[in-house]
Design a protein around this ligand. Structure first.
Ligand SMILES: Cc1cc2nc3c(=O)[nH]c(=O)nc-3n(C[C@H](O)[C@H](O)[C@H](O)COP(=O)(O)O)c2cc1C
Length: 369
């Protein structure tokens, strides 16, 4: 029996398997609103059979976008556009597929060009905007953020809460707080980007304060059966940054606030670091956090081989695995993983003929039935 294809229950939700589509920015929205690109992308990924499909980092306020193309949930137009896309994607995804949203604020990494436009700070004439950070310290040669005032922080915390409530209204089953990759909440957590002298800077306890305030406010605003998790950093890959112990302390505090899982990623806080990227390179951080805190964990990062994914779950190193690039490259990855692991998988009958006719794991089912 494949463990990767075994169900898991978190909060009040049952997930049919442990495979997660990792959040992936598409930089293709219109003032935060999803369009035809998102429609095809999410219909495609929804059909993959992954137990959970995470939407890309979704900005809680307009200045919280990374680029002009980032998805947001800060306007009525954004809500209507995402509603249309989600309804369509749900119609073609296998029964039991759950949908999640990653709610995010870009912090000092906002006002950036799309990667394919150069990925530099937005230039005058390209509609740049004021960015915010815990301190007025830029990321490399990007915009210098304004040090967030207490009013800014209250506004941003409320924006997270409002976005979470809109996500609930859209029927999303999972909400994930983006506390990684050098965006605003991570910037508060790390001493490399947070040099505040008030109660939000200095000691680990102070640096965790704002992210925990946001987490607590969101948890209180959403129903208990909704799965609420966070993406955190396992390490900043820098000797003065967050390490595994500090990451585990944060995960433990999130658990105490009532979060149901953490997805353990790393990096992105400061430019120019040497990161030993190889298969499963972040896994030891997920495993270390799970061991220290007991919170459900999701591993991510260069996990592409079904047997490797199976081993991660079977050995108890993590409870779920997420794939990003592997699923862009092959959105049918879960079907092939099921085949490789001898597991049963629900595949749309329309597409079965594209597969080996004697595929033992194939189980005919109407999507959404
Ligand atoms: C195109 C693309 C967009 C991404 N956007 C996000 C995002 O919105 N939020 C996030 O937390 N990580 C994002 N990531 C990181 C992935 O979720 C994932 O953690 C990373 O790619 C490592 O997993 P992989 O080796 O399976 O690709 C993105 C990655 C890619 C390739």
């Amino acid at each position: 029996m494949s463990k990767l294809f075994s169900p898991i229950r978190l909060a009040g939700q049952d997930f049919p398997n442990r495979i997660v589509v990792a959040p992936m920015c598409q930089y293709s929205a219109d003032d935060g609103s999803a369009n035809e690109w998102h429609l095809q992308n999410l219909m495609n990924l929804g059909m993959s059979g992954a137990g959970l499909v995470m939407l890309e980092a979704t900005a809680v306020e307009r200045p919280g976008r990374i680029t002009h193309g980032c998805l947001g949930l800060y306007s009525d137009n954004n809500i209507a556009a995402l509603d249309r896309v989600l309804k369509a994607a749900r119609r073609v995804s296998p029964a039991g597929t759950k949908w999640g949203i990653q709610i995010a604020h870009s912090g000092r990494k906002g006002s950036q060009q799309r990667p394919w436009e150069g990925g530099a700070a937005i230039q005058p004439g390209e509609d740049p905007w004021q960015t915010f950070g815990p301190s007025a310290l830029p990321f490399g040669d990007w915009h210098t953020p304004r040090e967030a005032s207490l009013d800014d922080m209250a506004r941003i915390r409320d924006a997270f809460v409002e976005t979470a409530k809109r996500s609930v209204d859209l029927g999303l089953e999972v909400i994930e707080l983006h506390c990684a990759h050098g965006y605003l909440l991570h910037e508060f957590l790390s001493p490399l980007s947070n040099q505040r002298t008030d109660k939000y800077g200095g000691s680990p306890e102070n640096r965790m304060r704002f992210p925990l305030e946001v987490a607590r406010a969101v948890r209180e605003a959403v129903p208990g059966e909704l799965v609420f998790g966070a993406r955190i950093t396992g390490t900043d890959w820098h000797e003065e940054g967050i390490d595994l112990e500090e990451a585990a302390t944060f995960a433990s505090a999130l658990k105490a606030v009532g979060l149901d899982y953490v997805c353990v990623s790393s990096g992105g806080l400061v430019p120019g670091l040497k990161i030993p990227v190889e298969a499963g390179y972040q896994l030891s951080y997920a495993a270390g956090i799970k061991e220290r805190t007991g919170i459900a964990t999701r591993a991510v990062g260069m996990i592409a081989d079904p047997h490797q994914a199976e081993e991660i779950i079977a050995s108890g190193q993590a409870d779920m695995v997420a794939l990003a690039r592997g699923l862009i490259d092959n959105p049918r990855w879960p079907w092939h993983a099921a085949e490789a692991l001898g597991a049963e998988m629900t595949v749309p009958p329309q597409y079965l003929r594209g597969h080996a006719p004697n595929w033992p794991g194939a189980k005919l089912a109407r999507p959404g039935s």
